[in-house]
Write a protein that binds this ligand. Structure first.
Ligand code: PGA
Length: 241
């Protein structure tokens, strides 16, 4: 595990974007696993700048997003599909046909899970999976549980997650109850994992995830078993390590 701690958010974002763009510079057909949430926004901004400066092209890249809310359409401004178009896809030369986000409005959600896993498996191993970290230790929407599923599946969102994400909706009741998420098995299959965490409010869970016991009660703790895990932290998030 390689842990890098940065003094400023700007440095952290530059480092994160540097890892992702470096991957694509070395392998223009790289397969990227992408994440949403507040944490990666600055990284995507930097990535767009790198693209605009002519230093990287995404036109051969394939991307797979980790998750999506169930029941809201890709056009809904809080869908993760919308988020990705807003923060990255519409601002770079990516082929949108190769930028996959699970569909949370599929008529058969179980079938959508199978389709998504098959799509990833048929495309190839994800070169690098970007991850944020939930306050409860979730990765993707794999919430703490006595057991975790390996493949893409439907989850009931934890209360802590709905509360954390309520800031994006006009009321907490509007936060979807369910989501579709890549499972931890699929996440751990990536060649490299880039976990990014910011803020003092995540310091405790960073400590638990990276130094505590490996347990499904803290899904991010499973990342300790990955041979190529890089963790980018700001000083506040890393303050208890
Ligand atoms: P955040 O979410 O980046 O909005 O804090 C991270 C997560 O829940 O995985």
């Amino acid at each position: 595990m390689n842990i890098l701690t940065f003094d400023t958010e700007e440095q952290l974002n530059e480092a994160g974007a540097g890892v992702l763009s470096g991957m694509v510079q070395m392998n223009p057909s790289a397969i990227l696993g992408l994440a949403t949430g507040g944490t990666p926004i600055g990284i995507y901004e930097q990535l767009v700048q790198t693209y605009k400066r002519g230093l990287v092209s995404f036109n051969k890249v394939t991307t797979f997003n980790l998750d999506e809310y169930v029941g809201i359409t890709p056009e809904h401004h809080q869908s993760y599909s919308y988020y990705m178009r807003q923060h990255l896809f519409n601002q770079v030369d990516i082929n949108i046909e190769q930028a996959y986000v699970p569909c949370g409005t599929a008529t058969d959600l179980e079938e959508e899970c199978v389709r998504y896993d098959r799509l990833i498996e048929n495309t190839g191993q994800i070169d690098i999976q970007l991850l944020g970290l939930g306050h409860n230790g979730h990765i993707g929407f794999n919430e703490p549980s006595h057991a975790l599923l390996s493949g893409t599946h439907i989850v009931e969102l934890a209360e802590a997650t709905k509360t954390a994400n309520a800031r994006y909706f006009s009321a907490e009741e509007e936060v979807p109850q369910k989501a579709i998420t890549m499972g931890v098995g699929m996440i751990l299959k990536a060649k490299n994992i880039l976990l990014v965490v910011k803020g003092e409010d995540k310091a405790e869970i960073v400590k638990r995830a990276l130094t505590g016991p490996i347990s499904t009660n803290c899904p991010a703790s499973l990342l300790q078993t990955h041979p190529h895990l890089t963790v980018l932290l700001d000083r506040a998030a890393g303050s208890l390590l």
